[in-house]
Design a protein around this ligand. Sequence first.
Ligand SMILES: [Zn+2]
Length: 168
Amino acid sequence: MQKKLPESVDFLKQVERNACFEVAWPVSRFARLAEAICNNQGEVTARLKFGTRAGTPCLDGYVQAELELRCERCLGPVKQHIESGFRFGLISSADEADLLPKEFEPLLASDAEQSLLELVEDELLLSLPIVARHDEACSEVLQKHKKDDDEVQHDTYRPFAALKDLMS
Ligand SMILES: [Zn+2]
């Protein structure tokens, strides 16, 4: 298991190595995803496993992230857990797609390095809900959200509170 991973790798070489990667990338690294969400805090984690299954070179993966989407009713932020699993069969030409067993989605693999970051980003974009909405009444959620923010601010504005207690 490798923890560190370049954003791009030669997929077919990774198949030979039966390489398995666990990655965590900051959400801010995903430019296209950023356009679809409210803020780019947090991270995306993914598990990517190359190998051969039923004679087919393949890439199994699982991605997940906590993302803040925009509520379509009130336009406020709404947190959503996004996750997706996938199984790609690696093919070297479009013709081979028809020969793949059904359990695989075809993925064109060249000899050159290909971006894992973009592959993960594509999966996340496909997994986003078409519309995001607060489950409860929007006004209540936002009210609570605002209150939480106020409390955080309250704490950060009193850095010497404990010190003051000590001195009195
Ligand atoms: Zn809402």
